[in-house]
Design a protein. Structure first.
Length: 483
């Protein structure tokens, strides 16, 4: 399973390796289709799965629910990459017209990054229990101020400014099992008050997935919190011990539970987990917004449509190419399958026959990502008013997602930044490699992307927690006349 170990250099394997046999690509029906259009190469079907060898800026992929292999078509691999020092001259690859520079280094486990309305850059240093803030002039290639905004936090990850808009009065921080906030005035480089607890407890159990993100609706009336599962797929020891003690629930008991916790919601040690929760901004009126989302690492509201989006790490242990991770609009009241089903009505074989009434009631995510890529933060591109590094206009409104990288796959995948293509706020189902080159060979990487945010001047900021660096991607080819 992916959890707290997402930020460490050696993953923890929390389940047995399954036996299986390799399935030739040609034997999987409905796959192996490659097409091209004017936007460049699109890999579809089985060809879209691939690995790091094929990654390059501009390469596009589209995976659909019809492209999924059967469970255990391959063995469940344990192939943890080793994070090494960057080779001399190492830098990520980006599309023509873009440049990428190292913006900061020496960070400790830098994870999610968010930019304040005034342009200050807030970074969660999760393992260190603190929030760091940097300040840089527009166009600068490194910060001129670097301060600790707050410390003594419990594995902080999510950061949000409230109320939304140009003059927030609070900085919210999602700890691993609580939400706190600090009073804030634009330009504060250090918290000017103690942390105020907004939500004292998010879930009844701790451990497992520990990243929590926080986002507000555009009107500021709702606060969304993502809470990942305690286990990989509800097959862990805590789940088994709980089930062995409690007789199976009746249909009436399940019905009563779901009235309070949402369709398909798990119970026992997984109660109130694998969910997106919603509160009033002061932490009151807690309710469940959506269920069955194994680990929604990144949350964001689309700046035009207001839709809530989530980047999700799906379960492990079913083979190299199953199930896809995903990025999706989160529908209120929807059930996304975990732990009983995945990507629609595909039943997890580890829960065969346990919840037949849920078949056909699961929501299929919008954009399926190569399995085991580990999507992390998501952000939407918004052009600055007068930015020196603004991206071409066709990027406006599209999403960027950081892929932290695989361990449960024979050949490495992820370890890059991808662009999610949208049309008027609606996803096309495709995603595109944007920044690649963090992988050295089949076993070694020098960067594991986590955070992604748009800077005040229109550049894209990227954190990677392998070597503790932040990068700045800017568009500099003004000769093309796209700005």
């Amino acid at each position: 399973m992916r959890g707290w170990h997402e930020g460490l250099r050696v993953p923890i394997v929390a389940f047995a390796v399954f036996a299986g046999s390799l399935t030739p690509e040609s034997s999987i029906p409905g796959l192996a289709q490659i097409t091209r259009d004017t936007g460049g190469q699109i890999l579809m079907g089985h060809a879209a799965y691939g690995d790091w060898h094929r990654d390059k800026p501009g390469l596009r992929r589209r995976i659909t629910a019809a492209d999924l292999p059967r469970p255990y078509a391959t063995e469940s691999a344990s192939n943890a990459s080793s994070v090494v020092e960057p080779p001399p001259g190492a830098e990520p690859k980006v599309p023509p017209g873009f440049t990428m520079h190292r913006f900061a280094d020496g960070l400790e486990n830098p994870r999610l990054v968010r930019v304040a309305p005034n342009g200050d850059i807030f970074i969660a240093e999760t393992a260190a229990g603190r929030i760091r803030v940097m300040r840089a002039a527009d166009g600068a290639l490194q910060p001129d101020r670097n301060e600790v905004f707050a410390s003594g936090l419990d594995a902080p990850f999510g950061i949000a400014f409230y109320p939304p808009g140009p003059d927030p009065r609070w900085v919210y921080v999602a700890n691993t099992n609580s939400v706190v906030r600090f009073r804030y005035r634009s330009g504060d480089l250090r918290a000017n008050s103690n942390a105020e607890t907004v939500v004292a407890q998010l879930a009844e159990t701790t451990g497992g997935h520990r990243t929590r993100d926080v986002a507000f609706s555009l009107d500021g009336n709702r606060m969304f919190i993502s809470v990942g599962s305690a286990s990989n797929a509800g097959e862990g020891s805590r789940w088994k011990l709980w089930r062995d003690r409690i007789p199976p629930w009746s249909e009436q008991q399940i019905h009563e539970w779901e009235k309070q916790h949402g369709l398909g919601a798990a119970w026992g040690p997984e109660a109130n987990r694998a969910d997106v929760l919603v509160f009033d901004p002061d932490g009151s009126h807690r309710r469940v917004f959506a269920t069955g989302i194994r680990n929604c690492v990144g949350l964001a509201a689309h700046p035009q449509t207001g839709d809530l989006w989530c980047s999700t790490n799906e379960r492990d242990g079913l083979g190299d190419d199953l199930p896809p991770d995903y990025v999706t609009r989160v529908q209120g009241g929807a059930f996304y399958g975990w732990p009983w089903y995945y990507i629609g009505s595909n039943e997890d074989p580890r829960h065969k026959g346990e919840r037949p009434e849920l078949a056909g009631r699961t929501t299929v995510p919008d954009v399926l990502i190569q399995p085991h890529s580990a999507p992390m933060q998501i952000t939407f591109y918004r052009p600055p008013t007068a930015g020196t590094a603004a991206f071409p206009a066709d990027y406006n409104g599209d999403a960027f997602v950081a892929l932290h990288g695989s361990w449960n796959r024979a050949r490495l995948t992820g370890y890059k930044i991808v662009r999610i293509r949208l049309h008027d706020g609606v996803p096309t189902g495709e995603y595109e490699d944007f920044a690649t080159g963090f992988v050295i060979d089949d076993h070694n990487v020098w960067g594991r992307p986590v955070g992604v945010a748009v800077a005040h001047d229109g550049a894209l900021l990227v954190t990677e927690d392998g070597n503790g660096t932040m990068w700045r991607i800017a568009y500099t080819d003004f000769a093309r006349g796209k700005n």
